[in-house]
Ligand binder design. Structure first.
Ligand SMILES: [Zn+2]
Length: 372
């Protein structure tokens, strides 16, 4: 191609045209990318600020670390599962220091000098507050006036450090069974390869024994709920509670050979019937080594929730928790539980939750705390 030839000018025109069309396009893309990056940076800074604010509220005690709040903040804080557990069990001294260090680093990088001093001071406040429960615990080793009742009914609980507490674990629990629904519940659990926990109200009948054995053989946990489930009776005194507990425990043992070490109070540990006896019963059962489990997700099946309500609420409530103990019923009066169970399990397994049965080394969820 010669300089000044027709071909040369054709090529020149092509080059000029392509520059006119493509240069603005390239510039647009470059600016878009730059804008995107700076937005991401701004968002990251905003998140850091929210996090700092949240930390300082929790550390100062102005805000309780609720179950979902705990998850939001501490899970986002970059602490590992072990460090989170460390924080919950021993709190304050170990992990909290890291949290505040982390906050300080973030604050420095975000140039928020005024917030730096706050978390540090409040960490100290918290650690001094945490000495009180420790002192209480060492004081409560009483010689029980109930020690003579069923003296053999004791178990060795794990030490606090050995409790299992895993992020995202779902513990399904079925109260009041066995019932006509037991086999259906077992079949759904088997279909999804899930182990669950049955807090039973057992009777000395052949059909009850068969169902208890089916639950045990499928590898689920069995805990005591009650023999009578009559609130007025079992909560009338510590003695009455122990007798009812022993009846239920003994039927479970007779049917399955399992010496269960876990239980659930009828109506939960805090209810309208046990205001006067609750503390004494809990103290005595704790002395005996048994652990009770309340719940932090209520399917509300016993309250008459229908299919749609449970299908929506159970996964939504589980999503709010660090880990979940879900209350459901294995009872003729709660047929909707069986109707919705398969669909709920389908949703939960798709969302990737881990399931486990409750054992004596599972860190309890109790209305009086720990909450998750
Ligand atoms: Zn019940």
């Amino acid at each position: 191609m010669q300089f000044g030839s027709v071909a040369f000018f054709k090529m020149l025109i092509k080059i000029v045209l392509s520059i006119i069309f493509f240069l603005p396009l390239v510039l647009c893309i470059v600016f878009a990318v730059l804008l995107w990056n700076s937005n991401a940076e701004v968002n990251e800074l905003k998140k850091d600020n929210e996090r700092l604010e949240y930390y300082s509220l929790i550390l100062s005690g102005e805000r309780e670390p609720t179950v979902s709040g705990f998850y939001d903040i501490y899970a986002r804080s970059g602490l590992s599962d072990e460090e989170l557990i460390e924080y919950v069990l021993h709190g304050k001294d170990g992990a909290a220091q890291e949290v505040s260090d982390d906050a300080v680093d973030t604050a420095t990088s975000a140039a928020l000098t005024s917030d730096v001093s706050q978390p540090e001071q409040q960490t100290e406040d918290n650690s001094s507050a945490s000495d009180e429960p420790d002192a209480l615990q060492t004081d409560t080793e009483p010689v029980s006036q109930y020690a003579g009742i069923y003296p053999e009914m004791t178990v060795t609980p794990p030490s606090e450090d050995d409790y299992v507490r895993e992020l995202g674990t779902v513990y399904l629990t079925f109260d009041d069974g066995p019932s006509d629904n037991t086999y259906s519940i077992l079949s759904y659990l088997e279909q999804y390869n899930i182990k669950a926990t049955f807090f039973v109200v057992p009777t000395r009948t052949e059909s009850c024994y068969a169902k208890l054995r089916a639950i045990a053989e499928a590898g689920h946990s069995i805990g005591v709920h009650s023999a009578s489930h009559v609130y007025d009776d079992i909560y009338s005194s510590v003695e009455a509670f122990l007798e009812d507990f022993h009846d239920a425990w003994d039927i479970i043992y007779d049917a399955t050979g399992i010496k269960t070490e876990i239980f659930r109070f009828p109506g939960g540990s805090v209810n309208d019937f046990n205001a006067d006896t609750r503390d004494y019963i809990i103290q005595e059962m704790t002395r005996r080594g048994f652990r009770f489990f309340d719940w932090n997700v209520d399917s509300n099946d016993a309250g008459g929730a229908n299919w749609t309500e449970m299908y929506n609420s159970i996964p939504a409530d589980i999503a709010e928790n660090y880990r979940s103990v879900v209350l459901m019923h294995d009872s003729a009066s709660t047929p909707n539980t069986v109707l919705v169970l398969g669909d709920v399990l389908h949703v939960l397994t798709n969302e990737g939750y881990k399931f486990d049965k409750i054992n004596n080394d599972t860190l309890p969820v109790q209305f009086t705390g720990p909450f998750a």
